[in-house]
Unconditional design. Structure first.
Length: 137
């Protein structure tokens, strides 16, 4: 559920930046990466993660594979977008560590995508005995 909440939050951030660009085009040129990151990686990706975590186990009739990994994936993904947004803002403000925030955030986001893929594959390709246990309960 945190992915869906984060998606709504990042949508509000992204749309908020987009609206502000209508009033100040120069600001829009500087902060466009935050707008894009919030809308695409923040809103769209978090919504995909949240919907997949909710729907795939139900469609497959199986429990979520690697549920502990999925929990960490959500934390990493939400944190990654925040770090990337802060990194872009830091570049505009000439903060010394801004590039490191971008690199670290992007690395976390890549790791989160990998963990998501592993969790989804573990859900799809569960051993037969796990599937039988899921149907008995």
């Amino acid at each position: 559920m945190w992915c869906i909440r984060a998606a709504v939050f990042y949508l509000a951030v992204g749309i908020g930046f987009g609206i502000s660009f209508a009033f100040d085009r120069a600001l829009g040129a500087q902060l466009r990466p935050i707008h894009v990151e919030s809308n695409l990686a923040g809103f769209a990706t978090m919504l995909i993660y949240g919907m997949a975590y909710f729907m795939l186990p139900r469609f497959m009739g199986r429990p979520l594979g690697l549920a502990g990994v999925a929990n960490w994936q959500v934390v990493l993904a939400i944190s990654a977008v925040l770090l990337i947004d802060l990194g872009w803002a830091g570049l505009v403000a000439n903060v010394a560590l801004a590039r490191w925030l971008l690199v670290f955030g992007a690395s976390l986001h890549g790791l989160a995508a990998l963990l998501f893929s592993l969790s989804m594959l573990a859900t799809i390709y569960q051993p037969v005995h796990v599937r039988r246990l899921a149907h008995k309960s």
